[in-house]
Design a protein around this ligand. Structure first.
Ligand code: WT7
Length: 677
């Protein structure tokens, strides 16, 4: 159901007319126990103390060899952090906790079927499993430091086990969201040059055991067509000892992990000590072109950043039961289900299923049973739960001290439901703005230090020095009420190192717009541009207004319009395709698709179905459009450019503005008639 709000070229319109809200303040109980109550941290992390201030973050980790240089800018904007240092991420997330916490749950797995028991994996048990998987990857699959391993798995504990096993070997994992298609996975295998794919036979979603392994066959085929051979496919079983896919393993290529790992019973693998700047993982994300880019994160900088932000912003202590209801296949899950919480010896909950299955009380039953006290989710989920079960939270006896929202702007009235109903008025909320590229939170309130303001992400994180620029690079002052392009003046340890295999794209995507001198090795010349518009209130709080590029944020997931359009063009009848964002009450935005056909073809339901199928096959179900409209022609400028702005206005039921200068203004009424009836 779409809300009739404007959604133009940028998402700015949805947020500018939100009122500035009054502050909410955390309870004295929360403040009394908070990890960060020292206001002077902002001074310690001022630009005067840059970059040495980041030592405070790095010192939360165990280093095999301490570093000598905090920041090396000689290849700016590809920076090196904590140079000279050596460490291992799996050691920091597992081994170092064995002394004090070996019998404490590291992970608690909650399967979707409610009659399946939960599984608590202690740090000792995690240590054993990570070692055995590392031994298998190394000895059986030939994985060594620097190799890439693609992992296409659902939300099961074997996923972090596999990631940490890669990290133990110094190998670079590339996790592909389980809901992505085999084709999307194959393109990522190819781009990263992975020789090994780790997958699972099946998983539960909305009450059904979904077959997953067949996607691996497609992925391997797609990668092979692009010249990259995945030599081994390693398949975890959803039910150990039982194969739950109807697609048989391919002889000589596919191996059941649960069988092979028996050979590695009791094996231990020394964690490989890697340089701080060794890549830890790749995470592919959408941008303005059709090809997703491999965001590369380094070991020392990334781990220090996620550990510190988990500690200070999420207020994680080792005794907390922390539940982030995101998918590990996205950056939120990497940073705030796996690396940050485990580096802090917390208990991190992994939930396989859908929050509203079998009903909207499920999350609160889980919270009650596990006594979760820190909760983390996205506005889209909050909206969904509010719609499906507004009174459910009150029926369950759980108490959160802290809640996070992430991934999209949260409407003030949704924030208030989250605060009063989900949080029962007891929990501090942080609205965290960040992205795949930033590695961790870059804007948020520090929960015990600053009040919460519904609809605002808050000020910048400590050590993040923001600025809003207009199109010409002039600074826009706080409190002016004028929106502009959000930038960060300085580098920080959690930021991406580069785009895998494409330094040029790294520079052009994030820096070219406001770079002062392309040859400079001074970080001051390289403001980072995340691609979002924002407005800063007089109190210094930022409201994020959304993307200014061709990215649509669907339910907190980034989709490139070009990617979706490319998929549509694979349908043989389709001549042109245009994708526009439509406001959606629950998902924030959903794509609407307009296609025109090649001469000689007539509009039909089967073509619409083929378009839907092409999107499922090439990207995944998450990119499914709300509608596919077959139009006789696209509204175009005289130079032939498709006017997506006009289509977007039609989809959202708003004013199309002046269309008289179009090459074919008559098409506008025709399209409007088709869409709005
Ligand atoms: C894009 C990044 C953040 C991890 C999950 C998504 C939007 C993110 C917020 C927020 C308003 C937000 C931005 C950003 N976004 N957080 N708190 N308020 N917008 O990571 O897939 O890389 O997407 O999500 O547009 O650029 P991602």
């Amino acid at each position: 159901m779409s809300q009739k709000e404007p959604a133009g070229v940028s998402e700015a319109a949805i947020a500018v007319h939100w009122q500035e809200e009054a502050y909410y303040h955390p309870s004295t109980e929360f403040i009394a126990q908070a990890n960060m109550t020292d206001k002077s941290i902002y001074e310690r992390f001022s630009l005067d103390n840059f970059p040495e201030c980041w030592k405070e973050y790095a010192d939360l980790l165990d280093w095999d060899q301490y570093w000598h240089t905090t920041l090396d800018t000689s290849t700016a904007p590809e920076y090196k952090w904590f140079v000279g240092g050596k460490l291992n991420a799996s050691y920091n997330c597992v081994d170092r906790h064995l002394g004090e916490h070996k019998n404490k749950a590291a992970l608690i797995y909650v399967p979707e079927p409610e009659d399946e028991p939960h599984l608590a994996i202690t740090y000792q048990e995690l240590y054993v499993r990570v070692n055995e998987m590392a031994a298998l990857l190394h000895d059986f699959a030939g994985v060594k430091a620097g190799d890439r391993v693609t992992i296409h798995m659902p939300m099961v504990p074997e996923l972090p086990v596999t990631m940490l096993a890669c990290a133990r070997l110094g190998a670079i994992h590339s996790v592909v969201f389980g809901g992505f298609s085999g084709k999307a996975c194959g393109e990522r295998i190819s781009d990263s040059g992975s020789k090994v794919l780790v997958t699972m036979d099946a998983y539960y979603r909305s009450g059904r055991l979904l077959e997953h392994k067949s996607k691996a066959d497609e992925a391997v085929k797609v990668a092979a067509n692009e010249g990259v051979t995945a030599e081994k496919v390693l398949i975890w079983q959803r039910y150990p000892g039982k194969y739950s896919s109807d697609t048989p393993p391919v002889e000589g290529r596919d191996f059941i992990v649960n069988d092979v790992i028996k050979q590695y019973h009791g094996q231990r693998v020394e964690p490989v000590s890697v340089p701080a700047e060794a890549p830890l993982f790749l995470m592919y994300t959408s941008g303005t072109t059709g090809r997703p880019k491999g965001v590369q994160h380094g070991t020392g900088g990334y781990l220090a950043y996620t550990t510190a932000t988990s500690k200070f912003v999420q207020d994680i202590h080792p005794n907390d039961v922390y539940w982030c209801m995101a998918d590990i296949g996205w950056i939120t899950g990497h940073s705030y289900i796996v690396y940050g919480p485990l580096a802090l010896a917390a208990t991190s909950v992994i939930f396989e299923g859908v929050p509203t299955y079998p009903d909207a009380g499920r999350p609160w039953r889980i919270a009650e049973q596990l006594d979760v006290n820190i909760f983390h989710t996205a506005p889209t989920t909050v909206r969904m739960l509010r719609k499906a079960g507004p009174d459910e939270p009150a029926k369950y006896n759980y108490h959160f001290k802290h809640m996070t929202t992430v991934g999209e702007p949260i409407e003030p009235e949704v924030w208030k439901w989250y605060y009063h109903v989900v949080g029962k008025g007891e929990a501090a909320i942080v609205d965290t703005y960040w992205q795949t590229e930033t590695g961790g939170f870059v804007f948020t309130t520090m929960p015990a230090l600053q009040g919460m303001k519904p609809g605002s992400a808050g000020p910048a994180m400590v050590g993040i020095h923001p600025v809003i620029y207009d199109e010409d690079g002039n600074e826009i002052a706080a409190g002016s009420g004028i929106a502009g392009n959000l930038c960060i003046r300085n580098p920080w340890p959690g930021m991406l190192q580069t785009i895998w295999g494409d330094s040029q794209r790294f520079v052009s995507t994030y820096f070219a717009k406001y770079n002062k001198n392309p040859n400079s090795t001074d970080w001051r010349d390289w403001p980072y541009f995340p691609g979002d518009a924002a407005v800063q209130a007089a109190d210094g709080y930022f409201r994020i207004l959304g993307r200014v590029d061709d990215v649509i944020n669907v339910a907190g997931h980034r989709l490139g319009t070009k990617e979706i359009e490319s998929a549509c063009l694979l349908v043989k009848e389709v001549a042109e395709a245009a994708v526009v964002p439509v406001n959606d009450e629950v998902k924030g935005k959903v794509p609407d698709i307009y296609v025109s056909l090649k001469p000689g073809y007539d509009a039909s339901d089967s073509i619409k179905k083929a378009v839907m199928q092409a999107i499922d096959d090439n990207i995944g179900k998450i990119a499914r459009p709300a509608h596919v409209y077959i139009v006789s022609d696209m509204p175009k400028t005289r130079s032939g450019k498709i006017m997506r702005r006009v289509l977007s206005a039609i989809s959202n039921g708003t004013d199309v503005g002046d269309v008289t200068t179009l090459a074919n203004p008559q098409v506008v009424d025709e399209v409007r008639g088709l869409v709005q009836g």
